[in-house]
Ligand binder design. Structure first.
Ligand SMILES: [Zn+2]
Length: 322
């Protein structure tokens, strides 16, 4: 019955080849005026999405360039200054070369495409009058994969925040994970993020993380180095270590059904992994400013009480710290 098996295999191969030919290349997709929205499965004009900061009518949030976000949705009057990446930090400490192609050349391509020094765009300025440092992950920069250069850039941001006594340290996550090309240097980011968290805490700098369009892989672990965590949108997909698609593949082997909202903002909130979800990225600034002002006021009152050595009822003191 070999002829039957061969016929089936030949048919499957032909179907695969046809599908490959008909599928648009990455370059074609980038050049197209249209994009398919995974939220509503409808074709959307890229220009229309751009006008609404890459939010579809169905409320699906596409990736957003951190520069556009900083200028239009975060910093007061759109003004911020960039914190530079240390020039000595190498993007390719292991000199990786695969099939004759050097990784350093690929990295330079990302720099040219985005105009950024690393996968992070880091700005400082005022948000609602609050002195802030903001770390924005750019997914267009190689999936915002973390490696040695990103670690050094992130440390430079924390150092700036401490030296300049800012009040808020905000991270906006959009990342596919660690850079495999950085190997152990990429994994160091976990300890770097924990160290930064401790440094900021000692200086009473409020440290908040926002989960953007997606955050998976090793960088997902880093989100827990924040005092507060929010999802910018309740239906944002792929906000877990392996994301919905990959996890569904693993779980299908034992026929366990995946929850419909697996990996979405609401799922994380329901399971106590984050503090809450905003309706959209357009609301991030207002909510963050309100929260930060409340926390600053609380810290100010606490400092005044300690300075005046006022005896406070122990019950009220415990309640204010909770
Ligand atoms: Zn949509």
């Amino acid at each position: 019955m070999n002829w039957i098996k061969n016929s089936i295999l030949s048919f499957v191969q032909k179907a695969k080849d046809k599908f490959k030919k008909e599928r648009a290349s990455k370059k074609d997709q980038e050049q197209s005026l249209w994009i398919n929205c995974p939220g509503c499965n409808q074709m959307q004009l890229k220009e229309d999405l751009k006008q609404n900061f890459n939010i579809c009518k169905c409320s699906h949030h596409f990736d957003l360039d951190p520069k556009i976000r900083f200028k239009n949705l975060l910093f007061d009057e759109g003004h911020f200054d960039e914190i530079e990446c240390p020039s000595w930090s190498s993007p390719d400490p292991l000199n990786i070369e695969i099939n004759g192609k050097k990784y350093i050349d690929k990295y330079k391509g990302y720099q040219k495409k985005t105009g950024q020094q690393s996968a992070l765009l880091i700005g400082h300025g005022k948000i609602g009058g609050i002195k802030a440092v903001v770390v924005g992950y750019n997914f267009s920069f190689g999936g915002a994969a973390f490696s040695q250069r990103e670690n050094e850039h992130f440390l430079a941001a924390a150092q700036f925040a401490i030296e300049n006594e800012v009040e808020l340290f905000l991270s906006i996550y959009q990342s596919g994970g660690m850079s495999v090309y950085g190997n152990i240097h990429s994994l160091k980011s976990m300890s770097v993020c924990q160290m930064v968290h401790t440094m900021l805490k000692k200086k009473n700098i409020i440290n908040i993380g926002i989960l953007g369009s997606k955050i998976t892989g090793g960088t997902f672990v880093n989100i827990f180095a924040n005092d507060f965590l929010f999802s910018e949108n309740p239906v944002a997909h792929d906000q877990l270590f392996s994301g919905k698609r990959v996890s569904a593949g693993v779980r299908s082997s034992d026929n366990t059904e995946m929850p419909n909202d697996f990996g979405e903002g609401t799922f994380l909130e329901k399971h106590g992994m984050i503090d809450g979800c905003f309706t959209s990225r357009l609301e991030v600034k207002t909510n963050i400013v309100t929260l930060t002002k409340v926390l600053l006021k609380k810290a100010e009152t606490q400092a005044k009480n300690e300075a005046s050595n006022v005896t406070v009822d122990p019950y009220l003191q415990a309640a204010s710290k909770s």
